[in-house]
Design a protein around this ligand. Structure first.
Ligand SMILES: NC(=O)c1ccc[n+]([C@@H]2O[C@H](COP(=O)([O-])OP(=O)(O)OC[C@H]3O[C@@H](n4cnc5c(N)ncnc54)[C@H](O)[C@@H]3O)[C@@H](O)[C@H]2O)c1
Length: 529
């Protein structure tokens, strides 16, 4: 609690202080107001399709980060060329791109055309980050930035990487997860000259080797980290403290990484500023709610072909994720029950038309059980024993202990793998339940994550990097900060044109009356949305 109120105080100080890259923010109103519907497609297709990024170095899951919901994307399309190359470890292969550069290490450079198409598809659904790129292309707010990036390497991440480069940054990039790299996307990036070190199915040793390749390189001293899970931060801090101490800052995306940063800050061992983008409004209010609202349906359909109309569904937890799941399932005609421990969320669920029950009250009648609490052992063996035949069980929360899957690994129960990420668990009397992704986050494991939501997160990351890079000396101390509200508003504004949404401008009279500036921030830091 103390930490978060500290951060809020810092945010308050910052929003009343000088503006981040003032010109970048100033453009937000225009971004939100100008675009006629017909122009939005034009804005999305970039003037310079043949980007040759301005970087110095060109060539070549963690195993920890599984909690950055906004970046990983399940994709069967991500094909591995293991068969083609006899499963040779990419570190043993010599590869170069068509310009002869070899500062990268990926599965197979020949996949680059396919990867480029994936990136172009992602761009179509990432209007905010594309608009940020377009509007700041000439100004190059990241000129001089040298970024070590450690994120999931997907088509959407590629759009971010290419944006940072177009804004002037030099980058070296690796994966934050050993399984989530789209090999063809890594190939497309390597073909365009980006030093990418990542492939699907890295060993743990490969994983750390790749990060190291991004930190160290002749004539390369990074000054920013964009991290997702805290591993690049951790490695640099432990092994290369002199490089770490000279960084301008860290932008961290994940729950885990942010937690580590707060621990460092508490122990007063954080020697540089860090930005917690995981808790920015444009993340929690969009990724958690809207992304889950869409991806829960996708996850259930892909894995089980279930029809939702008339099904009885129990959703544990009515926070942002639970609300999204409830809305989606109700919309398709499911009968939705909710469990909650917090009376405020329980009351919200009631007012939204859901029955709030204890798990025991509904366990025998439900067809689908979804956990969204972030808590531990919310569904235990005693509950699973009482489910009816055919019930589908899955988890949308961070912790893979939310459903006590361990309690199902007993000799009396039989596990049958029926599809990828789908297990039937059979009781001695023949009853079977369908468990998805062995209780891990089902949407990360079994569905795609909408590119639009990833655009919001990627824009937040880019804006946070610009802010840390351009901030005048002294604006940020060696601590963890939330993104100033004005920048959250800017990120949102960049996404409005694609809906042809037109913001209303406060009149002078209204400005005087409400005390709110015409250009924002429009809400106090404690506003809950
Ligand atoms: N799957 C995804 O894509 C995705 C996206 C964002 C967040 N998450 C994760 O989902 C989880 C929920 O996120 P959120 O933003 O909704 O959090 P939240 O804090 O807003 O909501 C969680 C809710 O669960 C309730 N709860 C806690 N213990 C409970 C219990 N034993 N029984 C019933 N209810 C209980 C809390 O009162 C709270 O209202 C977190 O672990 C978060 O990290 C997942």
């Amino acid at each position: 609690m103390a930490e978060s109120s500290d951060s809020l105080q810092k945010e308050r100080k910052m929003t009343s202080g000088p503006n981040f890259s003032a010109s970048v923010v100033r453009k937000s109103a225009a971004a939100a107001n100008i675009p006629p519907a017909n122009n939005s497609m034009k804005m999305m297709s970039f003037e310079n399709k043949q980007r040759r990024p301005n970087r110095i170095h060109r060539r070549s899951v963690s195993v920890s980060s599984t909690d950055s919901y906004s970046s990983a994307s399940y994709s069967d399309a991500s094909y591995s060329s293991d068969d083609e190359d006899g499963g040779l470890n990419p570190r043993e292969k010599e590869q170069s791109n068509s310009s002869g550069q070899s500062d990268f290490c990926i599965r197979n450079i020949k996949l680059s055309d396919f990867g480029r198409r994936e990136i172009e598809i992602a761009e179509q659904e990432m209007p905010g980050i594309v608009l940020l790129r377009k509007r700041n292309h000439n100004e190059k707010p990241l000129e001089g930035a040298r970024i070590v990036g450690c994120t999931h390497i997907t088509a959407q991440a590629a759009v971010l990487i290419e944006t940072l480069s177009a804004l002037g940054a030099q980058v070296r990039w690796c994966a934050c997860n050993i399984y989530s790299t789209q090999n063809e996307v890594a190939a497309a990036l390597a073909e365009s000259g980006y030093p990418i070190f990542a492939w699907k199915g890295e060993s743990e040793e490969d994983f750390w080797w790749c990060i190291e390749k991004c930190i160290t390189y002749p004539a390369w001293t990074p000054n920013l980290i964009l991290d997702d899970g805290g591993d690049a931060t951790h490695l640099m801090l432990k092994k290369y403290p002199s490089i770490f101490n000279q960084l301008k800052g860290i932008v961290e995306e994940s729950v885990t990484g942010v937690h580590r940063l707060y621990q460092l800050s508490k122990a007063q061992t954080l020697s540089i500023p860090a930005m917690n983008v995981n808790d920015s409004v444009t993340k929690t209010k969009f990724d958690n709610l809207y992304c889950c609202r869409e991806s829960i349906l996708d996850s259930l359909k892909r894995t089980t072909d279930v029809m939702f109309g008339g099904k009885q569904v129990l959703i544990c937890g009515y926070g942002e994720v639970g609300k999204g799941c409830c809305q989606a399932l109700k919309g398709l005609g499911a009968v939705v029950y909710v469990t909650e421990v917090d009376p405020i969320c329980a009351l919200q669920a009631c007012m939204d038309g859901f029955r709030v029950v204890r798990i025991e009250e509904s366990i025998k009648i439900i067809d689908i059980l979804i956990t969204c609490t972030g808590n531990k052992h919310v569904v235990r063996r005693e509950h699973l024993d009482r489910l009816k035949n055919g019930c589908i069980v899955c988890n949308m929360g961070h912790s893979n202990t939310e459903i006590d899957v361990g309690s199902l690994r007993t000799p009396d129960l039989t596990w049958e793998k029926v599809r990828t990420q789908v297990d039937h668990i059979v009781w001695p009397d023949g009853k079977r339940i369908t468990l998805l992704a062995e209780g891990r986050l089902v949407n990360l494991s079994c569905s795609s994550v909408p590119s639009f939501v990833l655009s919001i997160t990627a824009t937040t990351q880019a804006v946070a990097l610009i802010e840390l890079f351009r901030a005048p000396f002294g604006r940020y101390q060696n601590d963890v900060y939330l993104l100033p509200k004005k920048m959250d508003e800017y990120v949102a504004a960049l996404h409005l044109p694609s809906f042809d949404a037109h913001l209303t401008e406060l009149t002078d009279d209204q400005v005087k009356y409400s005390g709110v500036s015409k250009t924002g921030p429009f809400k106090p830091h404690y506003y809950r949305y």
